[in-house]
Design a protein around this ligand. Structure first.
Ligand code: ATP
Length: 309
């Protein structure tokens, strides 16, 4: 299947001369949940804004289901829903009117049954006649999602969907995003929360300084996450690892005074017990031990501070 979103060589230099995106390539498959992680000012909003036709690209191509976002703007844009961070307008309108209006903007025929289902799914049905200004912050967020979905898009962008919301609403959002995927909607979300990316995403992209420096399956990142080290401080330094311990992944560090066992925390923890028994049998004694574990946060911070995966 061809990707629903294809970005190739995308660059953006603002009128100020600032280059916010540098040759970004990215293909998003239909039905996936993709999380774009990056620090403030990384270029996430610029990227989304270009795809949604709010900002002009400087260079490169972007197609949505094959439609070029500039040459074929209407076709491309009608496939996209955008949930921005803030609700800017519509304060005096009712929930129903504002959502129905959003659908009309894309030239879609009226479909009250669809809108009713949408509002019910978002727990907004009881509030349909209320003015938006009278809603709580959480309910306003739901209205933003309803507006973005009113024209039945196939690709949904959520810009920081859970920034500043309480835990309950965050869980609700996550459930909702999963349900959307069940209906075939592809979801791209930007987030500052590593936990959110871990929880939700099939794939994770890391952007910093306008460069997309990593795109990886979450499972592969979690495998890195699962990497653990057991560091044993030896009573006597070793010059080499005893042959009897050859089946374990061991390294000597600190001039032979530390023996380090690197293992996958999700699978091989039972081996720690046998290693300790075998060490004792081989006459290797230790006076202290500690473990370290890399988290997705460590990986992320390392990447953003200049490394590459
Ligand atoms: N209209 C503009 N003119 C000049 N520079 C801009 C403009 N809009 C954004 N920038 C700059 O481009 C960079 C990327 O901004 P962008 O909003 O895309 O980042 P972001 O990753 O979404 O950040 P945040 O997480 O803070 O929302 C920033 O340094 C920003 O100051």
């Amino acid at each position: 299947m061809s990707p629903i979103l294809e970005i190739s060589g995308l660059s953006k230099t603002y009128a100020s001369g600032f280059q916010a995106l540098k040759h970004v390539d990215l293909a998003i498959e239909t039905g996936e949940i993709f999380a774009l992680l990056g620090p403030n000012g990384a270029g996430k909003t610029t990227l989304i804004s270009i795809v949604c036709g709010l900002v002009n690209r400087t260079d490169g191509t972007v197609t949505v289901a094959g439609a070029d976002i500039e040459r074929d703007y209407r076709a491309a844009r009608s496939l996209i829903g955008l949930v921005p961070q803030e609700l800017a307008t519509d304060r005096f309108e009712s929930v129903w009117d504002t959502v129905a209006f959003s659908r009309g903007l894309f030239g879609r025929p009226k479909n009250p049954a669809y809108l009713e289902k949408l509002l019910r799914d978002l727990s907004l049905w009881e509030k349909r006649d209320e003015r938006i200004m009278a809603l709580s912050g959480g309910m306003k967020r739901r209205v933003l999602i309803a507006k973005a979905l009113a024209h039945e898009p196939r690709l949904l962008f959520l810009d920081e969907p859970t920034a500043g919301v309480d835990v309950e609403l965050r869980r609700d959002m996550w459930r909702l995003i999963r349900e959307l995927r069940e209906t075939g909607v592809t979801v791209i979300l930007t987030t500052h929360y590593i936990e959110e990316a871990e929880e939700m995403a099939d794939r994770i992209g890391v952007i910093t300084g306008g460069e997309l420096i990593l795109v990886e399956e979450k499972a592969a990142l979690m495998a890195k996450l699962g990497r653990k080290e057991l560091i044993l401080q030896l009573c006597e330094p070793l010059s080499e690892i005893p042959a009897a311990l050859g089946r374990h992944k061991l390294e000597l560090r600190a001039g032979g005074s530390e023996l380090v066992y690197v293992y996958d925390a999700t699978r091989e923890s039972a081996d720690v017990a046998s290693l300790v028994t075998e060490l004792s049998a081989a006459g290797v004694h230790f006076r202290d031990l500690r473990t370290t574990q890399s988290s997705l946060e460590d990986i992320f911070v390392g990447l953003v501070n200049g490394g590459r995966a």
